[in-house]
Design a protein around this ligand. Structure first.
Ligand code: 5GP
Ligand code: MG
Ligand code: MG
Length: 177
């Protein structure tokens, strides 16, 4: 299947059922790792809103708190060097287990910035869940605890990820042709 967004064509890359199955597996791992404990799932807006909604419903027997922040760092199809401010970190995370939920880790610059910022608030632990990871673009070596899919270094849209604001609602993940 193909979609056209503005000037670009995308082809289906990861299907809805595959994503669902993988998130169930990640949810089970998170449930095991944090069994009976309190965990703040911290979604990074906008891209994580779909994975967040699906993943949090795959987590069981954990005392879940849900919260969202925003960092803007990307426009068009190439990663920008500059990461801006973290906005909306209102809930106290001191002494708490935090699970950052992202749509994608590409160069890792945004996540690195976020990790540094969160650590100044002295959380008990910080873990990372990301639907997608581009290992060939990654420039850091902090661990990614829960990775949905490792993908090649090509631009993708759908399932929360946008191309200039469009395509987030697509139920599958599409890759630039
Ligand atoms: P970073 O390079 O800092 O790891 O990624 C920053 C942000 O760029 C991600 O949170 C995501 O919003 C965006 N991004 C990176 N790769 C892609 C991609 O292939 N498709 C889309 N739609 N966004 C991406
Ligand atoms: Mg993101
Ligand atoms: Mg984007």
């Amino acid at each position: 299947m193909e979609v056209q967004i503005k000037d670009k064509s995308f082809q289906v890359f990861i299907r809805e059922e595959e994503i669902k199955l993988r998130l169930r597996e990640l949810g089970n791992e998170i449930s095991k790792d944090f069994h009976g404990q309190e965990l703040i799932m911290l979604g990074v807006l906008n891209g994580s809103f779909i994975i967040f909604a699906d993943l949090c419903r795959e987590v069981q027997s954990v005392k879940l708190l849900t919260s969202f922040i925003r960092i803007s760092s990307y426009s068009g199809t190439e990663s920008q060097e500059k990461v801006k401010e973290v906005m909306g970190l209102n809930d106290p995370i001191e002494g708490k287990n935090v699970l950052i939920v992202e749509d994608i880790v590409d160069t890792g610059i945004s996540m690195n910035f976020l990790l540094k910022t969160l650590k100044t608030h002295n959380p008990a632990s910080v873990s990372i869940a990301t639907l997608l990871f581009k290992p060939d673009a990654f420039r850091f070596n902090y661990p990614l605890n829960y990775v949905g899919f490792e993908i090649p270094n090509k631009f993708v849209v759908g399932y929360g990820l946008d191309y200039d604001g469009y395509g987030r609602e697509l139920p599958e993940i599409y890759q630039l042709k």
